[in-house]
Write a new protein. Structure first.
Length: 337
């Protein structure tokens, strides 16, 4: 495999930046962080990415630092406590919650908000899918700066630096449990978790006993072709009844969950299905056109077995992870649905 890592695509770049210190681990079961401790008075303490965080009271001013995290907060019923949403241009919110966000201030569109913009919003809790959103070198508020300002932070469990390469869909349920306690919405959190588990159980039953379908997860930006071989994205394909032709045992994924590859390597592995992340309809059209032009003889392209998934649904610790499992399963095993 052509394993030389070059500059990663724009949409992957942020996620890759958060994994620079990772070492490879086998894809395993969901991580379980210590549960948020029962409130002392009106406060709550929780552990997140190895940090102990204490809030004196349930958060009254919350910011979602990505559309995926904003969606999660909206589904937990705290729209009236949200003082900001960020990176709004990177992915649309699902239609059924879009109106709930109409009056929430937009702090940024194409990247996380700057430290000044975020702190000006006056949050007492910010949530993010990865640690990238807290990169001071990018001009964002880092975790220490937020703590000094009295702002708590929650990073999706699967987006923690030590977990990113081995994250699974089950990490979502760890986050729901923590956020339910932190936000004092345990009932809403439990109901949301039960609904998502029901979807995963349904998919599992439908694909059980079916031969796995070979899959490559890719991302196309311009003329750059990248493959994904680790992290929650890898687990999504596994749960959907797929056998990823790229995986953690490949040297290219020893440090990052994604690597730039050449067309010849993808053609050599010749997966039955291609799953690819897109950030909007234009990007999906461009990706399909690129595949038709550059890999017309690939089995997946020749047979029209192409499954587009919103890039936002592939971030760790999001409801979108469950949507992606179902969407990929339908693409791999259409006769099971």
């Amino acid at each position: 495999m052509t394993t030389a890592l070059r500059r990663p695509p724009v949409v992957l770049r942020a996620a890759l930046a958060a994994t620079a210190l990772l070492t490879l681990g086998a894809c395993g079961s969901g991580v379980t962080e210590p549960a948020a401790e029962p409130p002392t008075g009106d406060g709550v303490t929780y552990t997140n990415c190895g940090r102990e965080v204490t809030l004196d009271a349930p958060p009254a001013a919350v910011v979602g630092l990505s559309p995926a995290q904003t969606e999660l907060l909206l589904r937990l019923g705290v729209a009236d406590r949200m003082v900001g949403q960020a990176q709004t241009a990177t992915a649309p919110l699902p239609e059924d919650v879009r109106d709930l966000a109409a009056d929430i201030p937009v702090l940024s569109e194409d990247a996380p908000p700057t430290r000044e913009v975020l702190l000006r919003a006056g949050p007492d809790l910010v949530t993010a899918p990865t640690s990238y959103e807290f990169s001071a070198e990018q001009g964002f508020a880092d975790l220490d700066q937020l703590a000094d300002a009295g702002v708590a932070a929650h990073i999706a469990s699967g987006g923690c630096a030590e977990r990113r390469m081995t994250a699974t869909v089950d990490d979502l349920f760890t986050d729901l449990g923590t956020l339910g306690r932190v936000l004092d919405v345990d009932e809403a959190s439990a109901e949301l978790a039960d609904a998502q588990r029901a979807v995963l159980d349904d998919v599992e039953e439908r694909v059980a006993g079916r031969p796995p379908v070979t899959v490559a997860q890719i991302y196309v930006e311009g003329e750059r072709l990248s493959a994904i071989g680790a992290g929650v994205e890898y687990d999504i394909v596994r749960r959907a009844g797929g056998d990823n032709v790229f995986g953690p045992d490949d040297a290219a994924f020893a440090d990052f969950f994604a690597a730039e590859i050449n067309r010849e390597e993808l053609a050599h592995r010749d997966p039955e299905v291609l799953v690819f992340g897109v950030h909007d309809e234009e990007h999906e059209r461009a990706t399909r056109a690129w595949l038709d032009a550059n890999l017309p003889d690939l089995s997946a392209v020749r047979n029209g077995r192409l499954v587009a998934v919103s890039s936002a649904d592939l971030f760790p610790g999001t409801i979108g992870n469950v949507r992606a499992v179902e969407a990929v399963a339908r693409g791999l095993h259409p006769d099971a649905f």
